[in-house]
Design a protein around this ligand. Sequence first.
Ligand code: SF4
Ligand code: SF4
Length: 438
Amino acid sequence: MNIFTFKRGIHPPHGKYLTENKAIEELLPKGLLIYPMSQHIGAPCTPLVKKGDRVLVGQKIGEAKGFVSSPVHSSVSGTVEKVIEMPTSNGSKVMSIIVKNDELYEEIEIPKSKEYYKLSKEEIIGLIREAGVVGMGGATFPTHVKLNPPPDKPIDSIVINAAECEPYLTCDHRLMLEETGEIVEGLKVLAFLFPQVKIYVGIENNKMNAVQLMKKTLKDIPNMEVALLKTKYPQGAEKQLIYAITKREVPSGKLPADVGCVVQNITTVREIYNAVVLGRPVMTRVVTVTGEAVKNPKNLKVKLGTSWSELIEACEGFKEEPIKIIGGGPMMGMTISSLEVPVVKGTSGILCLTKEQAAILEESSCIRCSRCVQVCPMKLTPSFLDSYSRRKEDEAFEKLHGMDCIECGCCTFSCPAKRHLVQSIRTAKRRIIANRKK
Ligand code: SF4
Ligand code: SF4
């Protein structure tokens, strides 16, 4: 079997041993559920309920406003306690609906079976939109938009991102092992939507049990195959994944559709199955709770809205007080300051690091070794971008294609001078975007 990969990148310690062999456990929430009205890229939702209203499992409680947006549904039955701004894991405050769980899990009426092959493409995409499906790998871009490429951009390849290249995370891996059938049915929905395409499921070669299982399951399905990927970071980044499998390069400022591709995360495929075949909206997700500070790391299937503190409790708490808690993986995740934030659609992991692992090393001057350049998967010059960012020379930053940075952190990881390169580049990107909006 060929092994596909991209150029450059790094090999960080993967830390997956903590949870890769742990079956998914279901966790029922005990406390209040918090549903932020923005769990996706695009316009925030408008609350459809108010204080005192009773809600049911699967009920739409946030209406999407605009095409690039995605509705929010209740994952429990209960009563709305408040509709107020609450902190989220990315540090911002977002209008949120707070629900007191009555623990009855009474559902709205959901039609049990949808014969999707009798529906039009627009109707199927409508089901995906109404179910609130977004990129569940963390990008949270609304899936119905991705599945609606402009007619002048014909699609011939769907690339499924099952690389899970972020260290420590194992939620996608476990899902492939434990919910293979549902994932394959989701793939069939995609094949029905794009009948002429070839579907590639890209899995890194550090998950050979998932590779073998998916290969066996897809064996007799035409136009679907597993693409074995080299374990390398950031193998799951959209442009790197497309290049690895199709050898097509997405040009600067362009999208996968410009090279005939659509990319979907494997958990998103699972949610497409839920939405189209079962008629169920996005209400749960698997979260990897891990890191050396956690007593009993696990893969937990949790209801959206559950507090992170409940997930930590389900893992028996900490064996050592974590010095750093990250939402997602160590390379692209965000550090959080409180565990009192809810699980949302993009919460793939909670990583709790000990003092030893999270030591923040002092920066020293650049020694011009060019290691950052050698590893950058976007072929950028991080050391120069860093200098321009610190000097606020935004024009020069843009001329060097700084806006193409995917914030993968390979440069920071490799820098012997411990320069905070990705943080500095990210600052310049945010500043430029803010200035463009003025
Ligand atoms: S410059 Fe950006 S894309 Fe390149 S290695 Fe650094 S973070 Fe990754
Ligand atoms: S890796 Fe660090 S020290 Fe080396 S050139 Fe890049 S910024 Fe400078």
